[in-house]
Design a protein around this ligand. Structure first.
Ligand code: KIV
Length: 307
């Protein structure tokens, strides 16, 4: 276990992210950078790297917890990860992703769980998926005083109903439905919206209708900002990677290299190094300890393990 690191001082010119600041970035045409994070060290790193919005996404179910879909993750797991991310962040806006089953039943359930993200995990806002019935839930949460980010297009929580993890809005009818959902979410007060896996021409055509910031993932370059899953962009996750993902590092390779190097040095007794990685004891204390070992009859301790 490492000792507790000290936070790097803030460079000073970085503004605290707020909802008005995010809206201002859209107005000024300044691209908004959003990324996911799921724990304390990655939160510290994405903050230091200067991102604007951090989402503790329910993609955690897949990239952190090893499930084949996002649906199995629950509120308690999301809150545990989100609280850890909160402790690692100073500047970006923190959004908690409402997991499948945490908001669909009623507006009361949606408000209660959104409040848990704020009260127990220190979130600035929550995100929920889909239009349709989710519009009512978004309205209720916004009215309760909690900012909401919408999410349309490919909505992984309902991927089975959408026919799998595939692009949405690829027919005029599907694009019109997506448009209705996005505009409805805007009209009930969502402060921003995620467009996922949508043809870039559809995004481009729809952008002038949206006054709120649109954050894209697989929705082309016309959006106000982009979001990627941290484990995808860093090359940590091995599972299915959609076309829209770009890798900026290969952390999986680096991790394998590091752990293999460690294992090799343990097996060849190169690690730990007698001088570099060990503690000392004053010689007189060591002598006294040696006398103790000689004087006490310490042999023959009982052990239940008799292999
Ligand atoms: O859960 C998640 O990580 C997301 C992003 C992909 C937007 O919803």
């Amino acid at each position: 276990m490492s000792t507790q690191p000290t936070r790097k001082p803030d460079p000073g010119d970085r503004q605290l992210m707020t909802l008005p600041r995010i809206a201002e970035m859209k107005r000024d045409g300044e691209p908004i950078v959003m990324v996911t994070a799921y724990d304390y060290p990655s939160a510290q790193m994405v903050d230091e790297a200067g991102v604007d919005i951090v989402l503790v996404g329910d993609t955690a179910a897949m990239v952190v917890l090893g499930h084949p879909a996002t649906t199995p993750v629950g509120m308690d797991e999301m809150l545990m990860m989100t609280s850890a991310v909160r402790r690692g962040l100073d500047r970006p806006l923190l959004i908690g992703d409402m997991p499948f089953g945490s908001y669909e039943t009623s507006n009361e359930q949606a408000i209660e769980n959104a409040q848990r993200f704020v009260k127990e995990a220190g979130c600035d806002a929550v995100k929920l998926e889909r239009g349709g019935a989710s519009v009512d839930r978004a309205r209720a949460i916004v009215r309760s005083g909690i900012p909401v980010m919408g999410h349309v297009g490919l909505t992984p929580q309902t991927a089975t109903a959408l026919g799998g993890f595939k692009a949405q809005g690829r027919t005029a009818e599907a694009a019109a439905k997506l448009t209705e959902d996005a505009l409805a979410l805007q009209s009930v007060g969502c402060f921003a919206i995620v467009f996922e896996a949508i043809p870039s021409a559809v995004t481009e055509a729809l952008m002038p209708r949206l006054k709120i910031p649109v954050i894209g993932i697989g929705a082309g370059p016309a959006t106000d900002g982009q979001v990627l899953v941290l484990h995808d962009l860093l090359g940590v996750y091995e599972g299915h990677t959609p076309k829209f993902i770009k890798r900026y590092a290969n952390i999986r390779e680096e991790t394998l290299k590091g752990v293999r190097g460690y294992a090799e040095e343990v097996r060849t007794r190169k690690f730990p190094d007698e001088d570099e990685h060990t503690y000392s004891i004053p010689p007189e204390e060591l002598e006294e300890y040696a006398r103790y070992l000689e004087e006490e009859s310490l042999v023959g301790t009982d052990t239940p393990w008799d292999w």
